[in-house]
Design a protein around this ligand. Structure first.
Ligand code: ATP
Ligand code: MG
Length: 324
């Protein structure tokens, strides 16, 4: 569905090139929900924009390829790209909630999206489809006549999701789609995303800095640190505390409270993410890592497979011994 190979993205700045995504490779399979998680500034949105070919002015893909359904996104003409967007891949952003056109009813916006990509549709058929979409995201069809400001944040976000799936894309990238909502609305939107994905079938790249949200939805999770993916893991192994994990993943996991834990010990990760203009030598995480050795300060670890996990750490195995 989506193949990202050696993707490197940098922003030109007065102080030099800020490399926000470094040599990232992964594949997303049909109907798969993959989570992408990392602290603020780790490069998650930059990667999403690069995949959608929506990078801003001072950003550029300096290396790598991105293929959606086998097509190199950066080789498409502007017209091909326009057709590809929405029909084959689409996106839901946190800010999209406010990005609905304020002077158009939400129904008109849905119908416009449908008609501009499917010109053969009649207005009546597009309206039918808008009603179906409302049902899918559980919005009362009467709200098609509403303007965005007349709807709550949760309802607007549901409309944005409906527009994103209107043309039945195979891939939807969701960048923090529920961050601006309260936890109750957040929960109901997450349940709905899961339900819709089961009914309609599409792949999702779900980006968040909230481990608990991602681990609920995604079967596979990529963990990003300072522009690099340091681990691919699965939610179950984290929950059941089995398998190997990167020290950063462990830190992130330990920093969230778990309702069912008998003793609640929440640990933070000391320090903060590195300055991307002055990355530490070797493993970027070493200044914050309690397992670090001289090797970590000298050599950047590559992703290696342990069981079914992929981890970029020199000390995964020693770490497991310490646990035993
Ligand atoms: P968040 O969780 O806060 O959304 P993120 O993981 O999505 O963070 P990005 O927004 O991708 O992170 O930013 C990655 C890095 O790129 C950050 O260090 C940021 O400062 C830098 N960056 C982002 N946009 C620009 C820009 N236009 N010019 C220069 N640097 C930028
Ligand atoms: Mg972001």
């Amino acid at each position: 569905m989506l193949e990202v190979e050696h993707l490197t993205v940098s922003y030109a700045s007065a102080k030099g090139d800020v490399v926000a995504v470094r040599d990232v490779s992964f594949t997303l399979y049909p109907n798969e929900i993959m989570g992408l998680i990392g602290e603020s500034g780790s490069g998650k949105s930059t990667m999403a924009y690069a995949i959608l070919r929506m990078l801003k002015g001072n950003a550029r893909v300096s290396q790598g390829t991105i293929r959606v359904l086998g097509k190199d996104i950066y080789q498409l003409s502007a017209e091909e790209l326009r057709k590809f967007r929405w029909s084959h891949f689409s996106m839901v952003f946190q800010s999209a909630m406010n990005a609905l056109n304020p002077v158009m009813t939400v129904g008109a916006q849905m119908i416009d999206t449908l008609l501009s990509h499917r010109p053969h549709l009649t207005r009546a058929t597009a309206h039918e489809r808008a009603l179906e979409l409302c049902e899918l995201v559980r919005i009362d069809p009467r709200h098609l006549k509403s303007y965005p400001h007349e709807l709550s944040g949760g309802m607007r976000q549901r409309i944005v999701i409906a527009i994103a799936i209107a043309l039945e894309p195979s891939l939807v990238i969701m960048d923090e789609p529920t961050t601006a909502l309260d936890v109750v609305v957040q929960r109901s939107i997450m349940d709905q995303i899961r339900e819709i994905q089961k009914r309609v079938h599409f792949s999702i790249l779900f980006i968040s800095h909230d481990f608990s949200l991602v681990s609920e939805l995604a079967t596979r999770i990529a963990i990003m640190y300072a522009g690099q993916i340091v681990e691919f893991t699965d939610a179950l192994s984290l929950e059941n505390r089995v398998g190997f994990h990167h020290p950063y993943t462990e830190g992130l996991w330990k920093s969230i409270p778990k309702l069912l834990d008998r003793e609640i010990v929440i640990e933070g990760i000391p320090g903060g993410p590195p300055d991307l203009l002055r990355l530490p030598t070797g493993c970027s995480f070493h200044p914050r890592c309690r397992y670090k050795s001289k090797l970590c300060t000298e050599k950047t670890p590559e992703l290696k497979t342990y069981d079914t996990y992929e981890i970029a750490c020199h000390h995964v195995l020693d770490k497991e011994e310490q646990h035993d």
